[in-house]
Design a protein around this ligand. Structure first.
Ligand code: CDP
Length: 222
């Protein structure tokens, strides 16, 4: 496919990234995980001590962005922050706990918006996130919106975290997912919501293969 843009949005842990990656490989398009970019900024903010539960140093973050270099490699899917590979580190509980607060900041979103749009120019792409079909690429060729029952999502995320060596328990993971859904849906700028022309996919009862077949069928029949 030539310069095609596919936007995949939806709630936390609905399988967006796994399916977006699989789709990109199938179609020969680059893949970009926009959530990884927000997580990367959050990791860098935490490292600099600019966020705690009751305090966010917005001024320091905004100034710091002038010197921040964040790069998602659409082939290897490695995320680098100022030249350091943070692909694993951005999946920590600490990052998950703060990312939605950081993603609310207008200057963080505009910093990433340019970068996200630039990434599509060379060859099109598959990008997953929260506002890809509504704000980043409102003219995307295909738009999908993923949902699933919270308990199913929490169980899948828990298994993913355990497999990659992160300690977690079901109740904490479920709470984090619901907290992020709420903050992401309620924020003023680019809230999580289904684009009017997006196709909704509920992955609660679907295996990875079934969800993938459904996406391909929708793409082929458009
Ligand atoms: O993988 P999961 O669905 O749990 O989340 P993610 O895609 O890694 O995104 C982490 C967080 O980044 C979200 O909860 C949002 O707060 C933020 N985000 C956003 O605001 N806009 C995007 N396009 C992507 C992520």
């Amino acid at each position: 496919m030539d310069k095609v843009i596919i936007a995949i949005d939806g709630f936390a842990s609905t399988g967006k990234s796994t399916l977006a990656k699989k789709l990109s490989q199938h179609l020969g398009l680059p893949y970009v995980d926009s959530g990884a970019l927000f997580r990367g900024i959050t990791f860098w903010v935490l490292k600099n001590g600019w966020v705690s539960d009751d305090n966010l140093n917005e001024l320091a973050i905004e100034k710091g962005l002038d010197n921040l270099n964040i790069f998602f490699d659409s082939v290897t899917n490695i995320l680098s922050v100022n030249g350091i590979d943070v692909t694993e580190a951005i999946r920590s509980k600490e990052v998950s706990a703060q990312v939605s607060q950081i993603a609310k900041l207008s200057f963080v979103r505009s910093f990433l918006l340019n970068q996200q749009r630039q990434m599509s120019l060379r060859a099109g792409l598959v990008m997953d996130g929260r506002d890809i079909g509504t704000v980043v690429f409102p003219n995307a060729d295909f738009k999908f919106f993923f949902t699933a029952k919270p308990e199913v999502r929490a169980q899948r995320r828990l298994e993913e975290m355990e497999a990659s060596g992160h300690q977690a328990n079901f109740a904490d993971v479920l709470k984090n997912i619901l907290d992020r859904d709420r903050i992401d849906s309620q924020r003023k700028i680019s809230p999580l919501k289904k684009a009017a022309d997006a196709i909704e996919i509920n992955t609660s009862e679907l295996s990875l293969e079934q969800a993938f077949d459904l996406l391909i069928a929708k793409i082929n029949t458009k």
